[in-house]
Write a protein that binds this ligand. Structure first.
Ligand SMILES: [Zn+2]
Length: 452
């Protein structure tokens, strides 16, 4: 990690916390990968005369964006299953292909491509749920990116494991290895338990997951209330809505994360509020799979922590958090007929500290405050189509694009410079994976021909 003390002097600074405002004439001092001071530039220059200067004269500096839900390796399946609703998409297209293709190599290569896309879009952390999380961990470290890895659990076997006990065993071993191994890049990794969904995980498995979560202090992330089908199936099989079932199994709490939360009624939202859980809103995936539109205005009003995720490339088909947030913001307003819902600073919050809260990492990332890790995204707002800049956060949410990201730092390490990866390990890895991507195309094409 970079140990050189540096003063970042952006034109605009959006620290998100403690105040979600735009600061001008302010700097951030970083030492050994940690933020040590946020304050007026004049004072920073006096206090740290020996520091190097990272001058960002046209830029808005924000915390690194947090993609709170992804299946990164599915970058290799982008475009392999469009225009289908969730169950048909999963059962007829995605699961058959994954059943034959998914492997260590598949997950590593797909995650590298996803990390490249996410880094160039200002995302510094992704929260992943997929088979072979050990391969995703290797890819994240190779790319210098922060990853919260889901210990995925299904009740059916796959190329990755034989069933719930095997998935848990493999995932928890990976967590232990990453904690005990002497590799400085392991500090980029964290873990959660990731039962896939109420319709793929049994009561017995959920109970076991609840026990591990309590024993090990791990969060529980699951796809929840994504479709009407899921709720109807739960009502007929269990006599209760999925969230009620998980509550009765003891899983809800401050470390519980409901991914999607599209079909939440007032009682469901109240249950989430009372138990302190989070929702990860993935509007593009919900729209593309025709799942519906999440009640974001009601969730925000109730005070439920709301983060934003892209979901996987096979259902989005971009890993562009800024674009996701733009859609989320407009849907919340249009859907509720309230223009003052989900204002630009709240949207920035949902892409940063709210994601960190959902991942249990709010003490380390999600805002630009002394003591936190130096994960930053710098947006160049000097484009002609962004002039004049009345309010930098407004421009970020309503007008800018991910192409405005020029520089990204993770733990103080410069990973994207002038819109390109600059760490040699990451550059070499991406080059190798791109060269192999044609092989994945050929294999996927064979599957599509045999399973049109
Ligand atoms: Zn998902």
């Amino acid at each position: 990690m970079n140990t050189q003390k540096t003063i970042f002097t952006p034109r605009w600074l959006a620290p998100v916390m403690p105040d979600n405002i735009v600061l001008e004439g302010y700097s951030v001092v970083v030492d050994g990968g940690l933020i040590v001071q946020v304050g007026p530039t004049k004072q920073a220059l006096i206090d740290h005369p020996e520091a190097q200067i990272e001058n960002l004269p046209n830029h808005l500096l924000t915390p690194g964006l947090i993609n709170a839900h992804s299946h990164a390796a599915m970058s290799l399946l982008r475009g392999a299953g469009d225009d289908l609703a969730l169950q048909e998409w999963l059962e007829k297209r995605i699961w058959p292909i994954e059943g034959k293709l998914v492997s260590q190599e598949f997950v590593f290569d797909g995650t590298v491509l996803a990390a490249h896309e996410m880094l160039l879009g200002g995302i510094t952390t992704f929260n992943d749920m997929y088979f072979f999380p050990d391969a995703a961990a290797r890819a994240a470290k190779q790319m210098g990116m922060r990853a919260n890895l889901g210990i995925v659990v299904f009740d059916f076997p796959s190329a990755y494991g034989s069933g719930p006990a095997d998935y848990l065993d493999k995932g928890l071993k990976l967590r232990d290895t990453s904690k005990n191994e002497d590799d400085p890049l392991n500090k980029l990794l964290s873990f959660c338990l990731a039962p896939h969904a109420p319709y793929t995980v049994s009561d017995a498995s959920f109970k076991q997951i609840g026990i591990f979560a309590a024993e090990l202090g791990l969060g529980i992330h699951t796809h929840l209330h994504e479709t009407v089908f899921e709720i109807d199936q739960s009502l007929s099989q269990h006599g209760k809505r999925p969230i009620e079932r998980l509550h009765d199994l003891g899983l809800l709490g401050p470390d519980f994360v409901a991914i999607h939360g599209v079909h939440l009624n007032d009682a469901d939202i109240e249950l989430l509020r009372q138990t302190g859980g989070s929702v990860v809103h993935c509007p593009h995936s919900n729209l593309k799979l025709a799942s519906g539109i999440a009640p974001v205005a009601k969730l925000l009003k109730s005070g439920v922590n709301l983060a934003i995720g892209t979901d996987g490339s096979a259902s989005n088909n971009r890993l562009d958090l800024l674009s996701e947030a733009h859609t989320a913001c407009l849907l919340a307003k249009g859907g509720s007929l309230q223009a003052d819902v989900f204002k630009a600073p709240e949207v920035l919050r949902s892409m940063t500290i709210a994601g960190a809260i959902a991942l249990g990492l709010a003490d380390r990332i999600g805002s630009i405050e002394a003591g936190k890790e130096a994960d930053f995204a710098a947006f160049d707002l000097s484009d002609i189509d962004l002039q004049p800049v009345h309010n930098a956060i407004s421009h970020l949410i309503y007008a800018a694009h991910r192409s405005n990201v020029t520089d990204v730092w993770i733990s103080g390490r410069h990973v994207v410079k002038k819109r390109q990866l600059i760490q040699s390990a990451a550059v070499a890895t991406v080059t190798e994976v791109v060269a192999r991507s044609g092989l994945w195309h050929n294999k996927t094409s064979e599957m599509l021909v045999s399973n049109p």
